[in-house]
Design a binder for this molecule. Structure first.
Ligand SMILES: NC(=O)C1=CN([C@@H]2O[C@H](COP(=O)(O)OP(=O)(O)OC[C@H]3O[C@@H](n4cnc5c(N)ncnc54)[C@H](O)[C@@H]3O)[C@@H](O)[C@H]2O)[C@@H](O)CC1
Ligand SMILES: [K+]
Length: 488
């Protein structure tokens, strides 16, 4: 968050005192009004911490009070609450209660604890406990109030970010507010795009407080592809193209035991925009039965004929020889699934042509020597760490798929199209073939990974449409996903 803070400092030096907070509060109040539908008569509880995040909540509360809402601020640290914001709230007819703990000398329970009662009766709870100045999870009292908000029937709107989540990494190490809506100011915080924090943030609303020009001086830490970004990268054949110029992708996947992985990887590759797909391995009969357009060969990859990229690993079993051939090739290579276990890290690091590794959290954990939970709770850190170790581009699959480039510089790409329906056997094999074909068509490894993940997620959404999908359905929906992107 250092870049956002620095941009804020630069902008604050140029605008009148308090102007940014007023912009933030105006946007926040407008979002709260939309969530409520009817502001007049609504009961609003503000959870107010000791920093400017609480100040935003108080000024927004004042605006809502002026529109006829009954607004009560629950002050977690009454003596350190934002003075100007508190005065504005009171002047607008709002009130404040000491929320630092249950009232002295009275027994527990919501009835005796005025602050818990305010939250329990609210239609809207505004979380202004901490923003980008927060460190670690919520402290016990804030956690108690956050739980009360979650259990109440109130809509929860987080100010800037849900208090307790890490704005830089998306980690949630302790208790945190679960918001229905997060109203974020100036710049979308990287953590809000990445699970687990993304789950806590609910729907994201962005309020422009004029940071754009100041932020332009900084490289983003995280970026999310939009339709237009993908559209620009899709390999579309020109009049001069033939199948070789469009690129040939070689698929090294499947075994006698797992022929299905080969079929699914080829299914993805055929829809990835390459001119031809060459399959190398023992599942050629199964592949040809489903896709007669595939070029097959039974020998080692090194003697299979020219390809512009390899996609290797799904269902490979313990066939280390075929994988070694691929790692030694001088064209871009994608390594997935069994291939990740078989690949020699030193050999991968030595490669000159681009390498794209596509582990899921379990595979990434095995490569990093840590637990799956650790990877899932800190995806950005895990993907950067793996990319550094292998000097390769890494696409970490999961509830939020992220792609990091080999040198640790450049933004991590976060895929916005994922869907839980993709958590189905074989869907990763389809992605391997698809991203491999994009490499063969000439995309760089980071672009091939991000474009592949985008199309794959979109295809799953289109295929699922609210019902379970099989991996083959995802492959079949890829052309529809392409058309969707090309139409914008
Ligand atoms: N700086 C700016 O230009 C603007 C900042 N704005 C708001 O200001 C926020 C940042 O404000 P601050 O820097 O004052 O910091 P915060 O309000 O995010 O929180 C810092 C305060 O919380 C305490 N704290 C830290 N971790 C805690 C924890 N786990 N539990 C309880 N208390 C904890 C600290 O002691 C400190 O007093 C932004 O997120 C945004 O909401 C907006 O008003 C827009 C303009
Ligand atoms: K907050």
């Amino acid at each position: 968050m250092e870049d956002v803070r620095a941009a804020e400092r630069a902008l604050m030096a140029r605008v009148p005192d308090g102007a940014l907070m007023q912009r933030a509060a105006a946007g926040l109040a407008a979002a709260c009004g939309q969530v409520l539908g009817k502001v007049y008569g609504a009961r609003v509880a503000l959870l107010v911490g000791s920093g400017d995040n609480g100040g935003d909540a108080l000024y927004a509360g004042a605006r809502l009070a002026r529109r006829g809402a009954g607004v009560t601020a629950v002050l977690l640290a009454p003596e350190r609450a934002h003075a100007g914001g508190l005065a504005a709230l009171r002047a607008a007819g709002g009130r404040a209660v000491d929320g630092s703990g249950p009232a002295e000398g009275v027994g527990g329970g919501a009835g005796a604890d005025a602050a818990l009662g305010v939250v329990a009766r609210a239609d809207l709870v505004v979380d202004g406990v901490v923003g980008i100045g927060g460190k670690g999870g919520l402290r016990p009292r804030a956690a108690e109030l956050a739980r009360a908000a979650e259990e109440s029937r109130a809509v929860v709107v987080a100010v800037d970010l849900p208090s307790g989540v890490d704005a830089d990494t998306g980690e949630v190490r302790g208790a945190a507010v679960r918001a229905d809506v997060t109203v974020t100011f100036g710049a979308c915080k990287p953590g809000l795009l990445v699970d687990p924090a993304r789950e806590y943030a609910g729907a994201l609303r962005f309020v422009d407080i004029g940071l754009g020009p100041e932020l332009a001086a900084y490289d983003p830490v995280v970026e999310a592809f939009q339709y237009a970004d993908v559209d620009r990268l899709l390999p579309v054949p020109g009049a001069e193209s033939d199948k070789y110029r469009r690129g040939v992708v070689g698929v090294v996947a499947g075994s006698a035991r797992y022929p299905g992985a080969a079929v699914l990887a080829v299914a993805g590759a055929l829809r990835g925009g390459a001119g031809a797909v060459r399959y190398v391995g023992p599942a050629a009969d199964a592949v040809l039965a489903r896709f007669p357009e595939t070029l097959v060969s039974a020998g080692p990859p090194a003697r299979a004929g020219r390809v512009q990229a390899w996609a290797a690993g799904p269902g490979l079993g313990d066939d280390g020889d075929r994988l070694r051939d691929v790692v030694a090739a001088d064209v871009p290579v994608l390594i997935d699934a069994d291939g990740l276990r078989l690949a020699d890290a030193a050999a991968v690091r030595k490669r000159v042509a681009p390498t794209l590794l596509t582990p899921h959290a379990g595979e990434a954990a095995a490569l990093l020597g840590t637990s799956r939970e650790e990877v899932e709770s800190g995806r950005l850190e895990a993907v950067r760490e793996l990319a550094g170790r292998y000097a390769a581009t890494v696409l970490l699959k999961g509830s939020t798929t992220v792609v990091a480039g080999p040198d640790g510089t450049g933004a991590v790409r976060v895929n916005p199209t994922g869907t839980p329906w993709l958590a189905t056997a074989g869907s990763g094999d389809v992605l391997s073939g698809l991203a491999g074909a994009l490499l063969a068509a000439g995309l760089g490894a980071r672009d091939a990974g991000a474009t592949g993940a985008f199309l794959h997620g979109l295809a799953a959404r289109l295929a699922a449409d609210g019902a379970p999908v099989a991996a083959q359905d995802v492959a079949d929906a890829l052309p529809a996903a392409w058309r969707d992107v090309r139409r914008g």
